[in-house]
Design a protein around this ligand. Structure first.
Ligand SMILES: [Zn+2]
Length: 153
């Protein structure tokens, strides 16, 4: 069932698409290995404890990788990533709309601010004019009083 060729194409496939990451009982990433000795299982892939087979500290974690399952797993991963991408694209769209709304609101606030500033400037201008008028009246009145005083004297 498993020939040299299929394992070769399989491994090239793995380099493009990442195989699912499994962790051993040490909670360390279990490397994906290939059976290299001749036999029925030649070319089959498996996950084993990171310390296997060199160290005796191996936790005994071992799991065969079924090529079919691996491909299905990777297809699932791709689908999952596509879903994530779609979700993110939707979020981006929503954020853009929100941003546009906020920009509209900001523009409205700016217009209102400008209107208020103009109104305040006008009011200030009116006050200045009123003071000027009052001052001129006072000045005129004082002059008049002085005139009267001088003529009477
Ligand atoms: Zn382990």
């Amino acid at each position: 069932m498993v020939s040299q060729n299929s394992s070769a194409s399989g491994s090239s496939c793995h380099s493009r698409l990442s195989a699912p990451v499994l962790k051993c009982y040490h909670n360390e990433v279990a490397p994906l290995r290939v059976v290299r000795h001749n036999g029925q299982r030649l070319g089959m892939k498996f996950y084993a404890c990171a310390y296997w087979p060199i160290s005796k500290a191996t936790c005994g974690f071992f799991s065969w990788v079924d090529d079919v399952n691996l491909i299905q797993d990777m297809q699932f991963q791709i689908l999952d990533k596509n879903t994530t991408i779609t979700d993110l694209e939707n979020k981006v769209k929503m954020l853009k709309e929100e941003n546009e709304n906020l920009e509209d609101q900001l523009a409205e606030v700016e217009i209102e601010c400008n209107e208020r500033r103009l109104m305040m400037e006008c009011e200030a201008d009116d006050k200045r004019k009123t003071y000027a008028l009052l001052l001129s009246w006072v000045f005129f009145f004082c002059n008049h009083v002085l005139d009267v005083l001088i003529t009477k004297w």
